[in-house]
Ligand binder design. Structure first.
Ligand SMILES: [Zn+2]
Length: 175
């Protein structure tokens, strides 16, 4: 989709608030306020990804397919980047780079995966699952509401690689 040429101040403020929130936690670094996908069919594209980044993207896309959201390749909805972003304290970030009209949902969602923060192969998959979960408007889970430790929305320290049924139900209810 064409890039929006201008944004209203309110959208900028929302973006700023989201960025601020993202810097406060260690893993993917934000809850998901404001990143609602604009529909249930999401086209995915990776940009010059490392093998780890490709693994994370492929796994995240496959996990999203388990939900009510269908995916395809080609981009325009979910765009995935990885780089050595530095010792930032975060492994991944998801934000919106192109809001839809009325700024109520996101047309192009950007995922950034941090190569600087070292991860095992399984942890890269967990990260992919986690960030793709944010594209579906999932927020973070905690030990108290994921007592069997099987949701990738938990994040670093636990590193589950899949959505649990609670996550899948939440995507269905929220998108
Ligand atoms: Zn997160």
């Amino acid at each position: 989709m064409p890039a929006r040429s201008s944004r209203i101040p309110g959208a900028l403020a929302m973006t700023a608030a989201l960025l601020l929130a993202m810097s406060s936690t260690a893993y993917a670094g934000h809850d998901d306020d404001g990143i609602d996908p604009d529909n249930r069919n999401q086209a995915v594209k990776g940009f010059s990804l490392s093998s780890n980044g490709t693994s994370a993207m492929n796994h995240g896309k496959a996990e999203l397919e388990r939900s009510v959201i269908t995916t395809s390749w080609g981009g325009g909805d979910i765009e995935v980047y990885d780089s050595t972003y530095g010792k930032t304290g975060w492994h991944g970030r998801t934000d919106c780079t192109n809001w839809n009209a009325l700024w109520t949902s996101c047309d192009i969602i950007r995922i950034r995966l941090n190569q600087t923060q070292s991860k095992t192969a399984s942890q890269w998959k967990s990260l992919g699952c986690h960030e793709f979960g944010h594209t579906a408007d999932l927020g973070h889970r905690s030990a108290s509401n994921d007592t069997d430790n099987n949701s990738c929305m938990r994040g670093a320290g636990v590193w589950p690689t899949r959505y649990d049924q609670h996550d899948l139900n939440a995507i269905k209810a929220g998108t």
